[in-house]
Design a protein. Structure first.
Lengths: 125, 393
């Protein structure tokens, strides 16, 4: 059902965990639906210095979370905001059609985390 | 740790017993006659058909082999039984009683009948998946023409009080259909003593080939065909008989009857060892379904804070094949209706795992599952934002 790349990210997920003093946190999904993702970001000089995640969900949910941390790390805020759900799926060698909508939420979680960071920054001004 | 192949998804598919396979072989290229033919090839096929009918009839305690109609499987048997009775008895009444825990085929047949003007009552089950016969009795009206209750649930394992419900149906002169797909060949069934009018069974759920099943119909039950054709199977299931598969199902029924008691005892021990081992070693793990009135090969367990499909994938990488009632493993993206019927919240249903054992499974298999499962659960819990922090220390 899943590509080798998805299984690799599922079995050996990159950047699992929390960032206690994160600059931004993004939570998307709902345990009732079966998927809940939390993405933490640390920003330095307008770049994502660190990205970590915690995910409850299926294989695709875990793999997309892991992949988004790899895609986003080191990118500028502007570049990271341009990463789409499609980019995540493509980087994983594709996802089963049924998983494209329900479990491919990692890009959204990243965007919410960045928005959270920008709002906090704005509030400090 | 040595990787081990452990298939524990027998509710999804079973291997064909080699004795069944051998019995089927002559009917593909040598003995390929049509039972409707007048010549000797036809006679030989007719004999094979009759013998299989007798074997299946014996397995379910049917008085006469003529009561057995071969179909393409459990789903078709359920369609013929429920629609066949509903359409034939429409003038007498339009009310059908079933339960919230039935196989999806029964539920979808009832949904269709509702659109056609029938009234359907779904009797709820308790937290262990058990139907209360008294509650069911209270739903009977003078329009009730059929009661349909499964013998046992293949997913949560709970075995229903079929005898009591059969008595209620008989006292009220209402037809009683039982979907016994998950039970046949695993636990004793007696259609006569249990007052069953119609009973659905499937071949692959007892080590027979896929694509063949049967419906027992008690003599005198008013039912009509749902497919039209050349009038085979007493006009109730037209189409040239699938003799190789029918022979296979007959052999599977014969073996099932002979070995049921010993195999049931062996599997119940393995099942109980698995359940006890998991509940003792993994915190926040729970048993779904009834603790004792359950199929000998079924253990349905759930784990808080994690999701079933990722559990399946994690176990598959270690050689273990199981199922889950999680929405993420279904085509509809809805969790198993059986788990919701026993009162679980969606997030609880997502964390379920179904182990269904079979003939090849041994105690070593159970030991292996008990050895590796805690690690898979721990890994996923460490990744989950729902896991309480104190559990990760």
């Amino acid at each position: 059902m899943y590509s080798e790349k998805v299984m690799d990210h599922f079995m050996s997920p990159r950047n699992v965990g929390e960032i206690p003093d994160a600059d931004g946190v993004g939570i998307v999904g709902n345990p009732v639906c079966g998927d809940l993702m939390t993405v933490y970001i640390k920003v330095k000089d307008n770049r994502l210095a660190d990205v970590k995640f915690k995910t409850f969900g299926c294989g695709a949910a875990v793999a997309t979370s892991s992949m988004i941390t790899e895609l986003a790390k080191g990118k500028t805020i502007e570049e990271a905001l341009k990463i789409t759900r499609g980019d995540v799926a493509e980087s994983l060698g594709g996802l089963p059609p049924i998983k494209m909508h329900c479990s491919n939420l990692a890009a959204d979680a990243l965007h919410v985390a960045i928005k959270n960071y920008l709002e906090k920054k704005e509030a400090k001004k | 740790m040595k990787l081990r192949k452990v298939y524990m998804d027998h509710a999804a598919a079973m291997p064909v017993d080699l004795r069944v396979f051998e019995a089927m072989k002559p009917y593909f290229t040598g003995n390929y006659g049509n039972p409707s033919s007048s010549h000797s090839f036809g006679a030989s096929a007719r004999n094979a058909l009759m013998e299989s009918r007798e074997k299946v009839a014996r397995l379910v305690g049917a008085e006469k082999p003529e009561g057995i109609i071969f179909t393409s499987g459990g789903t078709e048997s359920n369609n013929l039984a429920i629609k066949g009775v509903a359409y034939r008895n429409e003038k007498k009444g339009n009310h059908i009683i079933t339960t919230t825990i039935e196989h999806i085929s029964v539920i979808n047949i009832c949904k269709r009948l509702k659109k056609q003007g029938f009234e359907i009552t779904y009797v709820p089950v308790d937290k262990q998946g058990m139907v209360d016969p008294e509650k069911l009795k209270d739903e009977i009206t003078d329009k009730t023409i059929l009661i349909s209750v499964m013998y046992a649930n293949g997913e949560i394992g709970t075995i229903q009080p079929i005898r009591e419900i059969g008595k209620i149906a008989q006292e009220n002169q209402i037809y009683f259909h039982v979907d016994a797909v998950a039970a046949a060949g695993k636990i004793p069934i007696n259609v006569k003593e249990e007052n069953i009018n119609l009973l659905s069974i499937s071949s692959n759920d007892m080590y027979g080939p896929k694509g063949i099943g049967a419906l027992y119909i008690k003599k005198g039950t008013r039912i009509q065909a749902v497919t039209q054709g050349g009038g085979q199977e007493r006009g109730l299931r037209s189409g040239t008989e699938n003799i190789p598969s029918i022979v296979g199902m007959g052999k599977a029924a014969e073996i099932g009857q002979e070995e049921m008691v010993a195999e049931g005892r062996r599997l119940s021990r393995l099942r109980d060892k698995l359940i006890k081992g998991v509940l003792e070693t993994i915190e926040r793990s729970y048993l779904n379904g009834h603790p004792t009135k359950r199929l000998p090969n079924n253990a349905n367990l759930r784990f808080s804070y994690i999701e079933g499909e990722s559990l399946i994938l994690g176990l598959d990488m270690l050689g273990i094949q199981v199922s889950s009632g999680s929405a993420c493993t279904s085509k509809t993206l809805e969790p198993s209706h059986a788990l919701l019927a026993i009162g679980l919240a969606h997030e609880e249903a997502h964390g379920s795992l179904v182990f269904t054992m079979g003939k090849q499974n041994s105690e070593e298999d159970v030991n292996y599952v008990l050895e590796v499962l805690p690690g898979v659960v721990k890994r996923l819990r460490a990744m989950s934002p729902l896991t309480p922090k104190e559990m990760l220390r």
